[in-house]
Write a protein that binds this ligand. Sequence first.
Ligand code: SAH
Length: 365
Amino acid sequence: MKKRGAAPMVGGQGRYGYFHNSSLQKSSFLAVKDMVREAIVDKFDVPIRGGTIRIADLGCSVGPNTFYTMQTIVDAILLKLKKLTSCDQVDGVEFQGFFNDQFGNDFNLLINSIPFDRTYCVAAVPGSFYSRLFPRASIHCFNSSVSLHWLSKSPDGVANKGRILYYGGGPDILNAYIAQFRLDMMAFLSGRAEELVTGGLLILQFLCRPKCMAPDAARYDIVISFVEPVLREFVMEGKVKEEELDSFQMPLFAPSIEEFKEVVEMNGYFTVHVAEHVNQGWGLKGGGDEGTEADLEQLAQSMGIASRAVCEKMLSDHFGSDILDELFQRFPNKVYQHFSALIPSIPSPPPSAFFVLQKKPHSPA
Ligand code: SAH
């Protein structure tokens, strides 16, 4: 079977679409927004005399989060330029925002929801961010929020019976995931190094595991992994074939900050200015951050809908769409059972990390 990367998020304006179910991802960006602004004001170092400043958001999905992110970056660059240059020079500057995601992304919905009050021109760029996307030395600032933990494909040669991720799968499985992560990240960094102007920034936030956590520790902090116990039940009930489950691996890997920095060092084209873990609330509709039983019920429901928006397409491509409704009906109960033992302290959301990288002067292009 052909290995796939992440399927795009659920498109359209419907109940299960990403457009209406991405408040968790929004809260990830809100948690780093001030650091983004600060990094741009401190580190953005590109000589600008009039002309166009180009910014790209990689893994933008269908909105609305990406528009908020883009405007934040445009405003921060403008602030930086005002500090550096005269008003006349700043007045001549124009911004172009590129929105990138995979070919299957619902770009129609994205384009139809572009805000009227934006202060940049818009272009959509379909394609994988593990390949070249832009001409050499054409982009001044890249952002990628909650996307880079998706690998280009799940690793080859993995026999991970009954499991959909590397957690608890033992060292061989973990090593296969790490090898795929390294390959992908090298391709990502090399592509961006060619596309960025010297002094340009690469701003990233994605799922990373905390230092204290063993790399393959069984964990449910990454919410979508709750599909696994439901799929196992489906196998026992004959609704899904055992081989189907055994051949399904999610192409997702959450490295440690150190593992990511190792790849940046191997790649050699970037300086790392910021590498920090991020604390964010759940940010899901229905709240759930207080820690009562009722909160947990709400949170479990919200996690179900948010997870469906993320992985419905990936699951239906492999298992067919007939199982989806029942799978996501059972999903909240799995979340509830797992976390209820921990009340009143509901575990924090999946840990992520924030990075600011700058292209070094001797890098390509
Ligand atoms: N940045 C948005 C969306 C995050 S969801 C936000 O913060 O709300 C993750 C997105 O990454 C999905 O839309 C998915 O299609 C995209 N993605 C995953 N792998 C990708 C790849 N190789 N190239 C481009 N986009 C990718």
